[in-house]
Ligand binder design. Structure first.
Ligand SMILES: N[C@@H](CCC(=O)N[C@@H](CS)C(=O)NCC(=O)O)C(=O)O
Length: 190
């Protein structure tokens, strides 16, 4: 039964689904829903995810949205997924649910506009240092995920490197002397 994954790689929960599938060698079709083009607002996509948000999946007749529900479904429905991703042991499993709930209600919530931690981590060095710098455990957690997911983490985040260049370009157009000014400030305080 073919698995279709509806995602925008700019979206953190979308990348989480792609990462789980890729790391576990699950065959799937990636269907791109470009948020920037409002493709998630189409009536066609509403038939898959009535909340008009990515990610979503279709597996045969079964449709599902909400990334954590999708992660659990994928880890349970595909036999090749190693136990540590979603352990059979109920207590280990409960710990996973606890972290998933914490992720939604704390990490994504409290970073507000900066809610996509992995986005900030990759896109803007200054933002990363300002926002994530004091949170050593979060930085360590990102690094652990990166190490545990082999080359796929970097592959899926490469889209953000492109955004980083675009943002730099836009910033230097808005503030032509930005780099110079920045250096001046640095020198003033040194
Ligand atoms: N709780 C949802 C959040 C999904 C979500 O926030 N998706 C965003 C992209 S990261 C989206 O599709 N936003 C479009 C919109 O809300 O209009 C999940 O974990 O799947």
């Amino acid at each position: 039964m073919a698995l279709k994954v509806y995602v925008d790689r700019m979206s953190q929960p979308s990348r989480a689904i792609l990462l789980l599938c890729k790391v576990n060698g699950i065959e799937f079709e990636e269907v791109k829903i470009e948020l920037a083009k409002s493709e998630h607002r189409s009536s066609e996509f509403a038939g898959i995810a009535c909340i008009h948000q990515v990610p979503a999946i279709v597996h045969g007749d079964f449709k599902l949205f909400e990334s954590h529900a999708i992660l659990i479904y994928v880890a349970s429905a595909f036999p090749g997924v190693a136990d540590h991703w979603y352990p059979a042991d109920v207590q280990k499993r409960a710990k996973i649910h606890s972290v998933l709930d914490w992720h939604h209600s704390n990490l994504r919530q409290h970073f507000l506009l900066e809610k996509d931690v992995s986005f900030r981590n990759v896109v803007d060095e200054e933002d990363r240092d300002r926002i994530l710098g004091p949170h050593k455990r979060i930085l360590k957690w990102i690094e652990n995920v990166r190490n545990a997911t082999g080359p796929y983490f970097d592959e899926l985040h490469s889209i953000l490197l492109h955004v980083r260049e675009k943002l730099k370009e836009r910033r230097s157009k808005l503030l032509p002397n930005y780099e110079e000014e920045n250096t001046k400030h640095w020198m003033d305080f040194s």
